[in-house]
Design a protein around this ligand. Sequence first.
Ligand SMILES: [Fe+2]
Ligand SMILES: [Fe+2]
Length: 324
Amino acid sequence: MTIAPAQRTGSTVWTDARLILALEEVVETELNRHLAIAKEWMPHEYIPWSQGRDFDGVLGGEAWALEQSKVTPLGRIALVVNLLTEDNLPSYHHEIATMFGREGAWGTWVHRWTAEEGRHGIALRDYLLATRAVDPVALERARMEHMAEGFQSDNSHSMLHSVAYVAFQELATRISHRNTGHYAGDPLCEQLLAKIANDENLHMVFYRNLLKAALEIAPDLAMQAVRDVVTDFRMPGHGMPGFERSAAQIAIGGIYNLRIHHDDVLQPVLRHLKVMEIGGLGPAGLQAQQELGLFLEGLDTQATRFDERQAALLARRAANAARK
Ligand SMILES: [Fe+2]
Ligand SMILES: [Fe+2]
């Protein structure tokens, strides 16, 4: 377990170990709530197996070719990013098992969450291969490269930072899957991604409720953690091959960009937790709250500039297409 430097809030000196213990009851409540509402679903039911056939190589089938893919070019890019992100689950499991532990309610959550996330990678890969949506050789090579790099969280130094990060990141993943489905151009793909997005939403609710409890137990430290993760946020897949290029296309295409990040990910969580309205903070918490407010204003301005650039680019593309 990583132990953050001891810090004093009121009369309690909070360490990671103490916070984990203090939140155990909340974890148990949230785990039970999650288990009661998370309905079992079968990934194999969402895959159009009848569209599948042998590939070249060992079985001497047909090699993949671009024209076999029925999803849009944007859908292809986003589906690969989403799947490679899901593929790095062993590293994520290691991160949270090390941080939250494998005992009691925390441990049950860590393993249950891992099992649910495992389903996402399985289902996405089955869909992509059965429908020949993406190049299977490029996909496998990218997976090997990405997983062989491993993943280390920016927040492994502190459990409060880790909880705050995943509250936003699970929602970001939900939105990303949902919008990918929307733009993929195949109703079956959209149906599968909506199902996965629903799981991500339940994960977000679990962590958001945990963050709410942390803001009540240790408000100054939790506020600082929220400020740090919001101002420094990056998606877990940032290390994958070609991420910057893919992320730019995903942004322009409207699957995930600054506007969506601000409006559909940061603000809903912050508003739900009433983060900007929390009172009674000490100097460090108050400063973090003010810095968070300033950052959000700046981000909104940046997002507006992005909106304008995006609109101009799309208008130019439409004009070019009309000329051809
Ligand atoms: Fe997932
Ligand atoms: Fe998730």
